[in-house]
Design a protein around this ligand. Structure first.
Ligand SMILES: *Cc1c(COP(=O)(O)O)cnc(C)c1O
Length: 397
């Protein structure tokens, strides 16, 4: 490195640190779950996307082990050269059936699915209209395509309609609305009934990223389009294998056959990146089986969510409203969120402060997430810790 570049990096890092924005990772020594081992201690985990508690489920571990024996460890190829294993197609077909779409295509992550989705489907004659709070991967995917870009404030249906009119006035050939199904920093649900109705009125396509919904929102965990009864009006779904569906790695796009066929020919993260390990795919199929008949898990998840939300409110914390297992405790200041998370860790509860650039400046928070692996006793213990930590950092009386 040149000394100038080295100095530039050191300065940027010290600015991040001075602003209280440095993220520090804590290695977990146990499997992911409700109780985890960190720094030699057992703590409660309230910040995983492990909504149904499947990350250490014995059936997933067994399915992965069996697939390791049968198919080996890696594919050492992209899909179209020699990287397509029978289990890849089995998972794509299972996902498509589960989501009630024609077909599905796998990616190394949903970040790649969103990164590769827009560019092959939309050209400079087209328009894409995006919610301002969409996930970073949607924003990046839209940047990579040549369509004209329009934006609306989070869930502002008046602004969405204005942008649909603007796209039509600009003579867009095809118009696509892109939205998260659930906005991950707030736990707010996208207004899919209104969005799909507007899409119909203006002849637009609808793309939904359902990462924080698939597996536990809607009947059988089929996600937000089913939750709102508008599944037939959502054209394209993206999602992850890295959250409720076992939590390993991988993403997908599900939709009409021609969309999936074209993406298989043109989506760059699909063409130029390695195929998923067969063991992950096999365990993901088992995860979908468990999810489909997982009403008991979903019941525990939503009972936990209601109990947790009520307990935090009783303690006097400032919460964002909602019904989703994401329950953000609003603190405002980045350093305060770090101090509160550090104090909670001392008290045996693992949570993470979220602050700029992950959320807007001045809206730092601790994003708690419920899951089905936590017991009532765990939640009582966590509430006690929150009450204590909140007093210690001075946010509740
Ligand atoms: C987590 C998440 C992603 C990224 O998924 P990965 O599979 O981890 O890459 C994309 N979009 C949304 C809305 C997410 O919450």
């Amino acid at each position: 490195m040149t000394p100038e570049f080295s100095q530039h990096l050191a300065q940027t890092l010290s600015e991040i640190d001075a602003a209280g924005l440095m993220k520090r990772e804590r290695p977990i020594a146990s499997p992911q779950g409700g109780h985890i081992e960190v720094a030699g201690r057992e703590v409660l985990n309230l910040c995983a996307n492990n909504y149904l508690g499947l990350a250490d489920h014995p059936a997933l571990v067994a399915a992965a082990q069996a697939a390791l024996q049968e198919h080996g460890y890696g594919m050492a190829s992209v899909r179209f050269i020699c990287g397509t294993n029978t289990v890849h197609r089995a998972l794509e077909e299972r996902l498509a059936a589960f989501l009630e779409k024609d077909d599905a295509i796998l990616f190394a992550a949903c970040f790649d699915a969103n990164g590769g989705l827009f560019e092959p489907l939309l050209g400079p004659e087209d328009a894409v209209i995006s919610d301002a709070l969409n996930h970073a991967s949607i924003i990046d995917g839209i940047r990579l395509c040549k369509a004209k870009r329009y934006r609306y404030a989070n869930s502002d249906m008046g602004q969405l309609e204005d942008q649909l009119k603007a796209a039509r006035a600009d003579k867009a050939r095809h118009v696509m609305i892109a939205t998260d199904g659930v906005f991950s920093m707030d736990g707010f649900l996208a207004k899919l009934p209104e969005i799909t109705a507007l899409a119909e009125r203006y002849g637009a396509l609808v793309m939904v990223d359902d990462c924080h919904a698939t597996g536990f929102m809607g009947p059988q965990g089929r996600g937000m389009p089913h939750h709102f009864g508008v599944a037939d009006k959502v054209d394209i779904l993206t999602g992850t294998l890295g959250k409720a569906l076992g939590g390993a790695i991988g993403g997908y796009i599900a939709g009409p056959q021609a969309v999936i066929d074209l993406l298989r020919q043109r989506a760059r993260p699909y063409l130029f990146s390695n195929a998923l390990p067969p063991a992950v795919c096999a365990a993901s199929i088992t995860a979908i089986d468990l999810v489909e008949r997982g009403d008991d898990l979903r019941e525990r998840l939503f009972n936990n969510t209601a109990y947790w939300r009520a307990g935090l409110a009783r303690l006097g914390f400032d919460l964002l409203p909602g019904e989703h297992p994401i329950v953000p405790v609003m603190l405002g200041d980045a350093r305060l969120s770090q101090d509160m998370a550090a104090r909670l860790f001392e008290l045996g509860v693992y949570v993470a402060g979220f602050f700029f650039p992950v959320v807007p400046q001045g809206t730092a928070r601790i994003r708690t997430q419920m899951n089905a692996a936590l017991s009532r006793e765990d939640l009582d213990q966590a509430l006690e810790a929150f009450g204590q930590a909140g007093q210690d950092v001075g946010v509740v009386a």
